[in-house]
Design a protein around this ligand. Structure first.
Ligand SMILES: Cc1ncc(COP(=O)(O)O)c(C=O)c1O
Ligand SMILES: N[C@@H](CCOP(=O)(O)O)C(=O)O
Length: 465
């Protein structure tokens, strides 16, 4: 399978090279040139597959010949065997036709594990084969960081640098990242917000001279296509477990960088019957304002009780716009340049095509806490604040009560004590494998919100080995 850039100028790449990059050289994001499409009959035939085998069916066509089938299946089996629930992505029922898809059963307790525990294995496999070393530079608002470090810490071929906004991730999230030992692991607390960290990652891709041509730069954020690819699987899995593909499903997705919901959009394009996709945001609601009012306007980033979604510039929205604008790279490049500097309205018929599938809703901190409390009182089920935003948005935007509504449960509540306590509830104990987290020694450095500070740090640690 070939991958092309959303901005039309960068060379098309095969899977292995897409895996080993981040942004395309023209500043765009890689997407498959064509998507596989499956008949209902084919999807139906996957109904009884365990998660790892379903993952093989969905992921293998994206990888093509880059990894042989037996090795890929082994990687997938090992990846998902490390999850804390035998079903890997179990469904919890809140009400009639209302579910939470628990995507927080992986080692770092957030949906990021689904892709990042696999990504670490894929990268190690390909770099070993090529006998190459790479540098990972990633940005996190709290969850990507620990999942990426967990996935990459054993690789001799990778040095991993993860930036988080200083004092703006939860304590559990910070400790999860900064207590992982490994000579190849570096945590940086940036004096800035997530958007600052993310733009530094992108700036590093635009100018890689600081790596002296000696190391490849790889992304672990969802700008890396392999992240999205692995996230498509659980839409199929959830649907198949609730009678799909013979009935439609609706999904509500707590949204920040638009990676997770974009995977749902791909699942629909690949043939899964999906009635609606709900973009659920916190107070950082640029996507909600874009979808509901057709006004893409950047406002200052707000710090909320759902810190992982404290994001203004949602990178993967570009991948959706690429489709909406007829896959015309040059038109999209112009639009993205405009969106970077001014408030933009999309063409009306383009917006109408977005609204055919997508609805949106924004939830503030106080309603987030009320939702956590209400659902707990009704059902005894404790939502994390991000998932609570998804549940609230699902209840507000539902198009058809007969269609099962599945909210993606993106994180475990134990990571977000502040919101749980503000909801008047008690945070549960940390799971066994993290029970001594607060006694573990932390290791991280604080750096200025400046590209040269980051690059100097990376150079010092990569080339002084
Ligand atoms: C817990 C949690 N929920 C939701 C999101 C939003 O996901 P996405 O960035 O793919 O939209 C994130 C991270 O972005 C997250 O960490
Ligand atoms: N919520 C994320 C932010 C980064 O998003 P990504 O999906 O592009 O890696 C986080 O927790 O770090």
């Amino acid at each position: 399978m070939k991958y092309i850039s959303t901005r039309g100028q960068a060379p098309a790449l095969e899977f292995e090279d897409v895996l080993l990059t981040g942004l395309a050289s023209d500043g765009g994001l890689y997407v498959p040139e064509t998507l596989p499409h499956y008949s209902l009959e084919t999807i139906r035939s996957w109904r009884d597959l365990p998660y790892d085998q379903l993952a093989f069916k969905i992921i293998q066509p994206f990888i093509g010949g880059a990894i042989d089938d037996a090795t890929l299946q082994t990687m997938l089996t090992e990846t998902y065997a490390g999850f804390g629930h035998k079903a890997v992505a179990p469904l919890a029922q809140l009400d009639h036709n209302e579910y939470v898809l628990e995507l927080f059963q992986g080692p770092t307790l957030a949906f990021k594990d689904f892709a990042l525990q696999l990504l670490g294995r894929l990268l190690d496999h390909v770099l070993t084969k090529r006998n190459e070393k790479a540098v990972i530079i990633g940005a996190t608002s709290g969850d990507t960081g620990s999942a990426a470090i967990e996935g990459c810490k054993h690789s001799d071929h990778l040095d991993i640098f993860i930036m988080h906004p200083n004092n703006r991730v939860s304590e559990v999230q910070r400790k999860q990242m900064t207590t992982i030992k490994g000579d190849n692991v570096f945590n940086l607390a940036v004096e800035g917000n997530f958007d600052d960290c993310q733009s530094m990652v992108k700036a590093c891709f635009a100018d890689q001279a600081f790596l002296k041509g000696e190391r490849r730069l790889v992304a672990v954020n969802s700008i890396n296509w392999a992240r999205i690819m692995a996230q498509v699987v659980y839409y199929f899995y959830a649907s198949l477990n609730l009678g799909g593909p013979d009935r439609e499903m609706a999904f509500s997705v707590p949204t920040g960088n638009f990676g997770d919901i974009f995977a749902g959009y791909l699942a629909k394009k690949m043939g899964l019957p999906v009635k609606q996709l709900i973009v659920a945001t916190n107070q950082n609601d640029i996507l909600h304002r874009t979808i509901s009012q057709n006004k893409y306007e950047k406002l200052p980033l707000a710090h909320t009780l759902s810190p992982s979604m404290d994001i203004v510039v949602s990178s993967n929205f570009e991948r959706l716009l690429f489709d909406v604008y007829g896959r015309e790279g040059s038109a999209l490049a112009n639009l993205m340049d405009k969106m970077n500097v001014e408030t933009v309205e999309l063409d009306l018929e383009k917006m109408a095509s977005v609204r055919e599938t997508f609805d949106s809703h924004a939830v503030n901190d106080s309603t987030t806490c009320d939702t956590i409390k209400e659902v707990y009182d009704d059902t005894g089920y404790l939502l994390d604040p991000h998932t609570a935003i998804g549940v609230k948005a699902a209840r507000e935007c539902r198009r058809d009560a007969n269609v099962p509504m599945i909210t993606l449960g993106t994180a475990h509540p134990v990571k977000f004590t502040e919101a749980i306590e503000k909801a008047g509830l008690e945070t549960p104990a940390l799971p066994h494998h993290l029970s001594d987290l607060f006694e573990r020694e932390e290791r991280y450095d604080v750096i200025a919100n400046e590209l040269h500070a980051l690059q100097a740090y990376v150079v010092k640690h990569v080339f002084s080995e």
